[in-house]
Design a protein around this ligand. Structure first.
Ligand code: PEP
Length: 249
């Protein structure tokens, strides 16, 4: 039985007081402890979040990491620095990094490697654009992303989490039909089985992301191959985020 993950990607939002308040609202509320909760604040609030989350089961995530170990990389943050700060998981290959910051599969592959080698769990984000979906090439596209993103990566069970996030559903309010999201998550699981074997695939959590909100969480998260949600906009509102965590309650 795969434990569901509800992850909140705050992106570049909130100030320091709002961040503190949001964490306090979440940690001081009743929520379903059968879910694993991860929050991904901006880098500058990671230390604050780490202090706030001490003595809770809520895990801390970073939205990005540098593909290099250390050295002259102005403005970058290494996997080692994140680990030392108490970060548990890191997002790699989010579509905003791929499109706005031109991260290609080779950079993403190096970032996956950096994260895993430094003891972070990596949440590898995958997903097609609207054009690719309309041409019905989404499976081929996502397969390529998996093969290139995970090229020569030796992952142990539990170290890797996948987030299927169709680009056309991110921040648009347009959610993927739960049946289509389930089909893609199953497709991704089959690709993982080919790469790492059946046991690895069965035990790896595959999340759906793209306009998840309290109104659609249950229908998505009840699907057999959808093991959680990566939530953007709705994770900035503690009530909405908690309602998504408590979708079964
Ligand atoms: C995301 O940024 O990963 C995301 C899924 O955003 P939203 O929930 O706002 O669509």
């Amino acid at each position: 039985m795969r434990k569901k993950i509800i992850a909140g990607n705050w992106k570049m939002n909130l100030d320091i007081n709002e961040s503190k308040q949001l964490i306090e609202n979440i940690k001081n509320s009743e929520f379903d402890k059968d879910k694993e909760v991860i929050i991904f604040p901006p880098y500058v609030f990671l230390q604050l979040a780490e202090e706030e989350l001490k003595d809770t089961d809520i895990r801390l995530g970073a939205q990005n990491l540098c593909q290099y170990d250390d050295g002259a990389y102005t403005g970058e943050v290494s996997a080692k620095m994140l680990k030392a700060l108490g970060v548990d998981s890191v997002l790699v290959g989010h579509s905003e990094r791929r499109t706005i910051f031109s991260e290609n599969d080779q950079v993403i592959n190096t970032k996956v490697k950096q994260g895993l080698e430094n003891g972070l769990r990596v949440v590898l984000c995958l997903g097609e654009s609207e054009d690719i979906r309309e041409e019905a090439k989404h499976e081929d596209f996502v397969r390529e992303q998996i093969l290139k993103g995970l090229d020569k990566i030796e992952a142990k069970i539990g170290q890797l989490i996948i987030a299927y996030e169709p680009i056309w559903a991110i921040g648009t309010g347009k959610t993927c039909d739960p049946k289509d999201a389930e089909k893609m998550c199953k497709f991704i699981r089959d690709q993982l089985a080919s790469l790492y074997g059946q046991e690895f695939a069965e035990k790896t959590r595959i999340l759906y992301g793209g306009s998840v909100k309290p109104e659609n969480a249950k229908e998505l998260l009840e699907k057999e191959n959808i093991d959680g949600a990566l939530v953007g906009g709705a994770s900035l509102d503690s009530k909405k985020f908690l309602d998504i965590i408590n979708y079964e309650v």
